[in-house]
Write a protein that binds this ligand. Sequence first.
Ligand code: TYD
Length: 244
Amino acid sequence: MPDAADFAAAVRAGLVCAGRPSRPAYPGFFVSFEGTDGAGKGTQIELLVERLRGQGRDVVVNREPGGTFIGKQIRAILLDAANMHLQPAAELLLYFASRAQAVEEVILPALLAGKVVISDRFTDSTTVYQGAARGLGSEVVDVLDALSCQGLTPDLTILLDIDLDTSISRAVARNEVSGSTETRMDEESREFHAKVREGYLALAKVHPERIRVVNGNRDAASIAGDIASMFEAAMLEHDAGLRR
Ligand code: TYD
Protein backbone atom coordinates (compact mmCIF):
# COMPACT_ATOMS: atom_id res chain seq x y z
CA MET A 1 0.00 0.00 0.00
CA PRO A 2 1.36 3.51 -0.74
CA ASP A 3 2.36 5.52 2.28
CA ALA A 4 -0.74 7.50 3.33
CA ALA A 5 1.25 10.72 3.86
CA ASP A 6 2.80 10.47 0.38
CA PHE A 7 -0.64 9.86 -1.09
CA ALA A 8 -2.04 12.92 0.64
CA ALA A 9 0.95 14.98 -0.59
CA ALA A 10 0.23 13.78 -4.13
CA VAL A 11 -3.39 14.86 -3.72
CA ARG A 12 -2.23 18.30 -2.57
CA ALA A 13 0.22 18.56 -5.50
CA GLY A 14 -2.62 17.83 -7.89
CA LEU A 15 -1.06 14.55 -9.10
CA VAL A 16 -4.03 12.62 -7.75
CA CYS A 17 -7.53 14.03 -7.59
CA ALA A 18 -9.25 13.41 -4.26
CA GLY A 19 -12.31 15.13 -5.75
CA ARG A 20 -14.14 15.89 -2.52
CA PRO A 21 -17.68 16.79 -3.53
CA SER A 22 -19.25 19.85 -1.94
CA ARG A 23 -21.65 19.28 0.95
CA PRO A 24 -25.13 18.59 -0.40
CA ALA A 25 -28.02 20.85 0.67
CA TYR A 26 -30.94 18.99 2.22
CA PRO A 27 -33.88 19.78 4.48
CA GLY A 28 -33.29 16.75 6.74
CA PHE A 29 -30.99 16.41 9.75
CA PHE A 30 -28.09 13.97 10.03
CA VAL A 31 -26.94 12.69 13.45
CA SER A 32 -24.26 10.09 14.09
CA PHE A 33 -23.50 8.21 17.30
CA GLU A 34 -19.91 7.23 18.06
CA GLY A 35 -18.02 5.59 20.89
CA THR A 36 -15.95 2.62 21.94
CA ASP A 37 -17.56 -0.82 21.91
CA GLY A 38 -20.07 -1.17 24.72
CA ALA A 39 -20.47 2.61 25.16
CA GLY A 40 -24.26 2.31 25.10
CA LYS A 41 -24.95 3.67 21.62
CA GLY A 42 -27.66 1.10 20.94
CA THR A 43 -29.71 2.01 24.02
CA GLN A 44 -29.35 5.75 23.45
CA ILE A 45 -30.27 5.51 19.78
CA GLU A 46 -33.43 3.59 20.70
CA LEU A 47 -34.37 6.24 23.29
CA LEU A 48 -33.77 9.14 20.88
CA VAL A 49 -35.72 7.44 18.08
CA GLU A 50 -38.64 6.80 20.44
CA ARG A 51 -38.62 10.43 21.58
CA LEU A 52 -38.43 11.88 18.06
CA ARG A 53 -41.11 9.55 16.67
CA GLY A 54 -43.28 10.51 19.65
CA GLN A 55 -42.94 14.13 18.47
CA GLY A 56 -44.16 13.05 15.05
CA ARG A 57 -40.79 13.25 13.32
CA ASP A 58 -39.89 10.95 10.47
CA VAL A 59 -36.74 9.09 11.55
CA VAL A 60 -34.54 6.68 9.60
CA VAL A 61 -31.88 4.62 11.38
CA ASN A 62 -28.70 3.42 9.67
CA ARG A 63 -26.04 1.10 11.06
CA GLU A 64 -22.36 0.96 10.07
CA PRO A 65 -21.35 -1.45 8.87
CA GLY A 66 -24.55 -3.14 7.76
CA GLY A 67 -27.29 -0.59 7.07
CA THR A 68 -28.27 -2.10 3.72
CA PHE A 69 -28.73 -5.57 2.21
CA ILE A 70 -25.25 -5.36 0.68
CA GLY A 71 -23.88 -3.73 3.84
CA LYS A 72 -25.05 -6.70 5.94
CA GLN A 73 -22.99 -9.06 3.79
CA ILE A 74 -19.95 -6.78 4.15
CA ARG A 75 -20.58 -6.63 7.93
CA ALA A 76 -20.48 -10.43 8.13
CA ILE A 77 -16.98 -10.45 6.59
CA LEU A 78 -15.75 -7.59 8.75
CA LEU A 79 -16.90 -8.85 12.13
CA ASP A 80 -16.57 -12.63 11.77
CA ALA A 81 -14.02 -13.84 14.34
CA ALA A 82 -12.87 -16.41 11.76
CA ASN A 83 -11.39 -13.52 9.70
CA MET A 84 -8.63 -12.46 12.09
CA HIS A 85 -6.21 -12.39 9.12
CA LEU A 86 -8.18 -9.67 7.29
CA GLN A 87 -5.59 -7.15 6.07
CA PRO A 88 -5.82 -3.56 7.41
CA ALA A 89 -6.22 -2.09 3.90
CA ALA A 90 -8.94 -4.63 3.06
CA GLU A 91 -10.66 -3.82 6.36
CA LEU A 92 -10.54 -0.09 5.61
CA LEU A 93 -11.99 -0.53 2.12
CA LEU A 94 -14.77 -2.81 3.34
CA TYR A 95 -15.94 -0.32 5.97
CA PHE A 96 -16.12 2.32 3.24
CA ALA A 97 -17.82 -0.08 0.83
CA SER A 98 -20.64 -0.56 3.33
CA ARG A 99 -20.83 3.21 3.91
CA ALA A 100 -20.88 4.13 0.20
CA GLN A 101 -23.85 1.82 -0.26
CA ALA A 102 -25.70 3.25 2.76
CA VAL A 103 -25.10 6.87 1.70
CA GLU A 104 -26.55 6.25 -1.75
CA GLU A 105 -29.36 3.90 -0.76
CA VAL A 106 -30.49 5.10 2.68
CA ILE A 107 -28.94 8.28 4.06
CA LEU A 108 -28.98 10.78 1.20
CA PRO A 109 -32.52 9.97 -0.04
CA ALA A 110 -33.88 10.29 3.51
CA LEU A 111 -32.13 13.65 4.08
CA LEU A 112 -33.37 14.97 0.74
CA ALA A 113 -36.89 13.93 1.80
CA GLY A 114 -36.54 16.03 4.99
CA LYS A 115 -36.17 13.12 7.45
CA VAL A 116 -33.95 12.81 10.51
CA VAL A 117 -31.23 10.21 9.86
CA ILE A 118 -29.54 8.61 12.85
CA SER A 119 -26.46 6.61 11.98
CA ASP A 120 -24.95 4.16 14.45
CA ARG A 121 -21.33 5.07 13.53
CA PHE A 122 -20.08 6.93 10.43
CA THR A 123 -16.69 8.05 9.09
CA ASP A 124 -15.41 9.13 12.54
CA SER A 125 -15.31 5.41 13.40
CA THR A 126 -12.99 4.76 10.48
CA THR A 127 -10.81 7.78 11.32
CA VAL A 128 -10.37 6.45 14.84
CA TYR A 129 -10.33 2.62 14.44
CA GLN A 130 -8.49 2.31 11.12
CA GLY A 131 -6.77 5.72 10.86
CA ALA A 132 -5.54 6.03 14.45
CA ALA A 133 -5.70 2.61 16.17
CA ARG A 134 -4.64 0.57 13.11
CA GLY A 135 -2.18 3.31 12.16
CA LEU A 136 -3.32 3.83 8.55
CA GLY A 137 -3.49 7.61 9.04
CA SER A 138 -6.31 10.10 8.55
CA GLU A 139 -5.28 11.21 5.04
CA VAL A 140 -6.30 7.99 3.35
CA VAL A 141 -9.54 7.95 5.36
CA ASP A 142 -10.32 11.48 4.12
CA VAL A 143 -9.67 10.49 0.51
CA LEU A 144 -11.96 7.45 0.76
CA ASP A 145 -14.59 9.53 2.56
CA ALA A 146 -14.57 11.96 -0.36
CA LEU A 147 -15.15 9.05 -2.74
CA SER A 148 -17.79 7.26 -0.68
CA CYS A 149 -19.86 9.86 1.16
CA GLN A 150 -20.82 12.39 -1.52
CA GLY A 151 -19.77 15.29 0.71
CA LEU A 152 -21.98 14.19 3.62
CA THR A 153 -20.82 14.94 7.17
CA PRO A 154 -23.13 14.56 10.17
CA ASP A 155 -24.80 17.79 11.37
CA LEU A 156 -24.32 16.51 14.91
CA THR A 157 -22.20 13.70 16.36
CA ILE A 158 -22.86 12.32 19.82
CA LEU A 159 -19.70 10.75 21.22
CA LEU A 160 -20.55 8.47 24.15
CA ASP A 161 -17.44 8.26 26.27
CA ILE A 162 -16.97 5.54 28.89
CA ASP A 163 -13.88 4.33 30.69
CA LEU A 164 -11.85 1.59 29.09
CA ASP A 165 -12.54 -1.16 31.66
CA THR A 166 -16.30 -0.69 31.41
CA SER A 167 -16.12 -0.62 27.61
CA ILE A 168 -14.16 -3.87 27.38
CA SER A 169 -16.18 -5.74 30.01
CA ARG A 170 -19.52 -4.67 28.49
CA ALA A 171 -18.45 -5.80 25.01
CA VAL A 172 -17.28 -9.18 26.37
CA ALA A 173 -20.48 -9.66 28.39
CA ARG A 174 -22.65 -8.72 25.40
CA ASN A 175 -20.91 -11.28 23.20
CA GLU A 176 -21.17 -14.00 25.85
CA VAL A 177 -24.89 -13.43 26.31
CA SER A 178 -25.67 -13.32 22.58
CA GLY A 179 -23.20 -16.10 21.66
CA SER A 180 -22.26 -13.82 18.77
CA THR A 181 -19.43 -14.69 16.38
CA GLU A 182 -19.27 -10.99 15.35
CA THR A 183 -16.35 -10.45 17.69
CA ARG A 184 -13.32 -9.84 15.43
CA MET A 185 -12.94 -6.17 16.47
CA ASP A 186 -13.82 -6.83 20.13
CA GLU A 187 -10.94 -9.32 20.31
CA GLU A 188 -8.38 -6.59 19.62
CA SER A 189 -5.92 -5.77 22.43
CA ARG A 190 -6.56 -3.43 25.33
CA GLU A 191 -3.95 -1.12 23.77
CA PHE A 192 -6.00 -0.98 20.54
CA HIS A 193 -9.17 -0.05 22.43
CA ALA A 194 -7.23 2.58 24.43
CA LYS A 195 -6.09 4.16 21.16
CA VAL A 196 -9.70 4.19 19.93
CA ARG A 197 -10.89 6.06 23.01
CA GLU A 198 -7.99 8.55 22.89
CA GLY A 199 -8.56 8.99 19.15
CA TYR A 200 -12.21 9.87 19.70
CA LEU A 201 -11.44 12.42 22.41
CA ALA A 202 -8.76 14.02 20.21
CA LEU A 203 -11.16 14.14 17.23
CA ALA A 204 -13.81 15.85 19.39
CA LYS A 205 -11.29 18.61 20.11
CA VAL A 206 -10.68 19.08 16.37
CA HIS A 207 -14.42 19.37 15.60
CA PRO A 208 -16.00 20.98 18.69
CA GLU A 209 -18.76 22.55 16.52
CA ARG A 210 -20.02 19.10 15.51
CA ILE A 211 -18.91 16.47 18.05
CA ARG A 212 -20.48 16.58 21.52
CA VAL A 213 -18.86 14.38 24.16
CA VAL A 214 -21.36 12.78 26.54
CA ASN A 215 -20.27 11.03 29.75
CA GLY A 216 -21.62 7.51 29.26
CA ASN A 217 -20.75 6.32 32.79
CA ARG A 218 -24.17 7.42 34.10
CA ASP A 219 -27.71 6.08 34.16
CA ALA A 220 -29.38 5.80 30.75
CA ALA A 221 -32.11 8.36 31.52
CA SER A 222 -29.65 11.15 32.43
CA ILE A 223 -27.60 10.46 29.31
CA ALA A 224 -30.75 10.47 27.16
CA GLY A 225 -31.80 13.84 28.65
CA ASP A 226 -28.47 15.42 27.70
CA ILE A 227 -28.63 13.97 24.19
CA ALA A 228 -32.19 15.26 23.68
CA SER A 229 -31.08 18.81 24.65
CA MET A 230 -28.08 18.63 22.33
CA PHE A 231 -30.28 17.38 19.51
CA GLU A 232 -32.84 20.18 19.94
CA ALA A 233 -30.13 22.88 20.07
CA ALA A 234 -28.33 21.56 16.98
CA MET A 235 -31.58 21.15 15.08
CA LEU A 236 -32.60 24.78 15.81
CA GLU A 237 -29.19 25.96 14.56
CA HIS A 238 -29.54 23.81 11.44
CA ASP A 239 -33.05 25.13 10.68
CA ALA A 240 -31.92 28.71 11.20
CA GLY A 241 -29.07 28.09 8.74
CA LEU A 242 -31.54 26.77 6.16
CA ARG A 243 -33.74 29.89 6.53
CA ARG A 244 -30.77 32.27 6.06
P1 TYD B 1 -20.77 -3.43 16.23
O1 TYD B 1 -21.20 -4.78 16.69
O2 TYD B 1 -21.73 -2.63 15.43
O3 TYD B 1 -20.23 -2.69 17.47
P2 TYD B 1 -20.86 -1.54 18.30
O4 TYD B 1 -22.15 -2.06 18.80
O5 TYD B 1 -19.84 -1.28 19.37
O6 TYD B 1 -20.99 -0.39 17.34
O7 TYD B 1 -19.43 -3.61 15.42
C1 TYD B 1 -18.83 -2.62 14.73
C2 TYD B 1 -17.34 -2.78 14.96
O8 TYD B 1 -16.65 -2.29 13.84
C3 TYD B 1 -16.87 -1.99 16.17
O9 TYD B 1 -15.84 -2.71 16.83
C4 TYD B 1 -16.25 -0.77 15.55
C5 TYD B 1 -15.73 -1.29 14.23
N1 TYD B 1 -15.69 -0.27 13.15
C6 TYD B 1 -14.47 0.06 12.59
O10 TYD B 1 -13.42 -0.47 13.00
N2 TYD B 1 -14.44 0.95 11.58
C7 TYD B 1 -15.56 1.53 11.08
O11 TYD B 1 -15.50 2.35 10.14
C8 TYD B 1 -16.82 1.19 11.67
C9 TYD B 1 -18.09 1.77 11.15
C10 TYD B 1 -16.84 0.27 12.70
